[in-house]
Design a protein around this ligand. Structure first.
Ligand code: DAH
Length: 343
């Protein structure tokens, strides 16, 4: 065994290392238990007796020199790491600015609508996005085979066929089911709004999305009338659009209200002169509403002889579009920062 050769090879190997980890591995390989140096010591006993003393000296000096080499290399690496730190870390440099996110326009409209209603004494409550057919349709007085169910193209959850309504799951098509859920658990007086996401199986275009947001409202007590509704909704629209806005009711139809109406507000974009937002009519339709149908009260466990109230449902996306003059609802869901950063 040529000890000098081993030393030469080891030292040149050591020279090339450039991390403390590598040096540690090197140390183990040569000086560790069963390492190269211990092999050298073992081999001495097999050498002819004459040579043993000389070999022993050489082996010891190999061990010392490698040990010193390792120490020197470690020191060198530590120092250069320190220098590198100093060079790359300048505490006087200004910090990097991290971009702060901000509230999505729909979230901010939703919050401000809820705030206004809370100011009028309404509580904000929520319900599940995955509903069953009973709450979404039957309890709201949609007749069993009535085309009204197709009117709202529903996204059903894949399930076995012919399940009872209570088990037939779907993505809620409106926030109205929360009316039932709430009245089942809470005795009147009821005064709630329900913000939430709703889903429809629709082809998307500038005014239709497969999901969007609604705000449901419900007020039930002994003597609630359409006049109360008109006062609440006029007040809401005045506050939200901060101006002098006219409100009018038009007769309409919903299975869960009787009578039903649609609510229009005067066009704030053109001051009723006629523009594309109001289709030249001076009026913009903003929500559906009506007096809660007696069957809906019954289905929630209330006696319609004792209780009455109004309900309404407005599109939050639509409110945001009118407020900010946005012509395509899809922009809200595009994630396009050029759009979002304007808010
Ligand atoms: N649920 C209706 C829809 O999605 C909106 C609506 C209309 C809600 C009238 C109501 C109401 O509570 O009274 O189109």
């Amino acid at each position: 065994m040529d000890i000098e050769k081993i030393e030469k090879k080891a030292l040149s190997e050591l020279e090339k290392l450039d991390s403390l980890d590598e040096v540690k591995k090197f140390e183990k390989k040569y000086l560790g238990n069963g390492g190269k140096v211990s092999e050298v010591f073992k081999s001495i006993s097999k050498a002819p007796e004459k040579k043993r003393a000389d070999l022993g000296k050489k082996a010891n000096s190999l061990k010392n020199r490698l040990g010193k080499g390792i120490e020197r290399k470690q020191k060198e690496l530590r120092e250069s790491a320190k220098k590198e730190m100093k060079r790359s870390f300048d505490v006087t440099l200004p910090g990097k600015e991290t971009g702060l996110g901000h509230i999505h326009p729909l979230t901010s409209v939703l919050r401000s609508l809820c705030n206004i209603f809370e100011g009028m004494g309404f509580s904000v409550v929520r319900g599940p996005d995955i509903e069953n057919s009973w709450y979404n349709f039957d309890a709201l007085n949609f007749p069993k085979e009535h085309p009204a169910r197709d009117m709202q193209d529903t996204l059903f959850i894949k399930q076995e066929e012919d399940l009872p309504s209570e088990e037939r799951l779907l993505m809620r098509t409106h926030t109205s089911p929360v009316q039932i859920r709430y009245m089942e658990k809470n005795q009147p007086p009821v005064k709630i709004v329900v913000p939430g996401r709703v889903y429809r199986n629709e082809t998307t275009d500038a005014s239709h999305e497969i999901n969007f947001y609604q705000l449901e409202g419900l007020m039930v007590d002994r003597e609630i009338s359409v006049a109360n509704f008109k006062a609440v909704i006029t007040s809401l629209i005045d506050k939200f659009f901060t101006g002098d806005v006219d409100v009018r009711l038009r007769p309409s139809f919903f299975p869960f209200t009787e009578p039903s109406f649609e609510v229009d507000m005067s066009c704030t974009v053109c001051n009723q002169e006629g523009c594309s937002v109001c289709s030249q009519t001076g009026w913009i339709e903003v929500l559906g509403a009506g007096m809660v149908h007696p069957n809906v009260l019954k289905n929630s466990g209330l006696n319609p002889k004792n209780w009455q109230g109004f309900a309404f449902g407005m599109g939050i996306d639509r409110m945001a579009m009118i407020k900010y003059g946005i012509e395509d609802v899809r922009l809200f869901y595009s994630g396009d920062l050029r759009f979002l950063n304007q808010f």
